[in-house]
Design a protein around this ligand. Structure first.
Ligand code: PLP
Length: 380
């Protein structure tokens, strides 16, 4: 099977599985237990925390392990919601993942004002508008580093500075950025950032929240209550195998060949050129005029059902952009924010490459894709 849906999730790397193995049933003790076995588990967590921190250009105590980026993001918004006296304005981009958009909507229901920043037709936050809407009333700005659907990269540092000049906190959803572009908590000047292991060849159900300065610097009441794990920010028995897997995946990121992203971009560009060459005016490549993740290719194939392509393509997995609402398909909020019409979502295919994708696989996939597109067009 040719897998071209890496932005949805990645397979667990064999090295990650191997690193996790002892922590299920050999070194299985609770990492909070004071006995020797507990200390072994705690030590494994400490090693993983250092590996994750190093990968993010952060300090180990700034890494809070969570169940994934959705939980990390919710923690930030819930923290703000619980603050007794605070500014009551939030700014998010219109193309955030639902983890951010729905969290912002929750606060909106509770009386916060939420501004959803528009993006240019190429999927980048409009900085002029950002500068206007971020004010001394703004408590939190949350903008993703890179988009999961179209791969566009945001000017994070610029937005962080706008937030800080106004005295607001800045949160980054960095899920798609990690492993596909340089990520630095220091250089980005962010206060919080959300990460997920399953996008970088780690296990599902484990992620992290970066908190600048660590839990001691958490500015709001702690939303979750229980034991004191993770500095009280994420109480509950630690998922030691998951944490170890996340650490191993980060370690692998640091050790991989330096030119890996360039190579992926070359393969992506090859496929993009081939498709554009065949279908010419019948194809729109989204986000290719702006900075984009090297592994991401999202295309509108005019008047062609993406669902038919997906169901007829041989031996391949790729994504679509529409969400199911009952029997009808709706265009994703990301494409709508880019100015596409309500029906275009039906014609969008999303292709995202794994790190291990080869030229041979891309060639096979291109052939299968062409056959599937032509079949879908005939069935129109
Ligand atoms: N943010 C982005 C940009 C994502 O792509 C995803 C996952 O698809 C998430 C957040 C949610 O991550 P998790 O699955 O760890 O909750």
């Amino acid at each position: 099977m040719l897998y071209f849906d890496a932005n949805a999730t990645t397979p667990c790397a064999p090295e990650v599985l191997e690193a996790m193995r002892p922590y299920w049933n050999t070194s299985f003790a609770n990492a909070s237990s004071p006995h020797r076995a507990g200390r072994v588990a705690a030590q494994a967590v400490a090693v993983a925390r250092r590996a994750v921190a190093e990968c993010l250009d952060a300090r180990p105590h700034e890494i809070i392990f969570t169940s994934g980026a959705t939980e990390s993001t919710n923690l930030v918004f819930w923290g703000l919601l619980l603050a007794p006296r605070t500014r009551r304005h939030i700014v998010v981009s219109a193309i955030e993942h639902k983890a951010v958009l729905e969290s912002a909507a929750l606060l909106e229901e509770q009386g916060f004002e939420v501004t959803r920043l528009p993006v240019t037709p190429d999927g980048v936050v409009d900085l002029n508008i950002a500068a206007r809407v971020i004010t001394p009333e703004t408590a939190l700005v949350s903008v993703q580093a890179a988009n999961n659907e179209i791969g566009t990269i945001q000017p994070i540092l610029h937005i962080a500075r706008l937030a800080h000049q106004a005295g607001a906190f800045f949160h980054v959803d960095a899920v798609q950025a990690l492993g596909k572009m340089p990520v630095s908590m220091l250089d980005w000047e962010c206060d919080f950032a959300s990460f997920s292991a399953h996008k970088i060849y780690g296990p599902k159900g484990i992620g992290a929240l970066f908190v600048k300065g660590g839990p001691m610097r958490w500015p709001w009441p702690r939303p979750l209550r229980g034991g004191g794990q993770e500095g009280g920010l994420r109480p509950g028995t630690l998922n030691v195998p998951g944490i170890v897997g996340f650490g191993a995946a980060c370690e692998m990121l640091r050790q991989r060949p330096a030119d890996i992203l360039e190579n992926i971009a070359t393969l992506r560009d090859l496929l993009e050129k081939k498709m554009a060459g065949i279908y010419r005016d019948d194809i729109i490549i989204i986000g290719n005029e702006s900075l984009r993740l090297p592994n991401t290719l999202t295309m509108v194939i005019k008047n062609t059902s993406a669902e038919l392509i997906l169901s007829t393509i041989k031996n391949s997995i790729l994504g679509t952009s529409s969400a199911c609402m009952g029997n009808s398909k709706i265009t994703s909020h990301v494409l709508k924010a880019l100015g596409f019409t309500d029906s275009v979502g039906e014609n969008v295919i999303r292709i995202s490459f794994l790190e291990s994708t080869t030229l041979d696989e891309v060639s096979q996939f291109a052939n299968f894709l062409q056959i599937a597109i032509d079949t879908a067009r005939k069935m129109r």
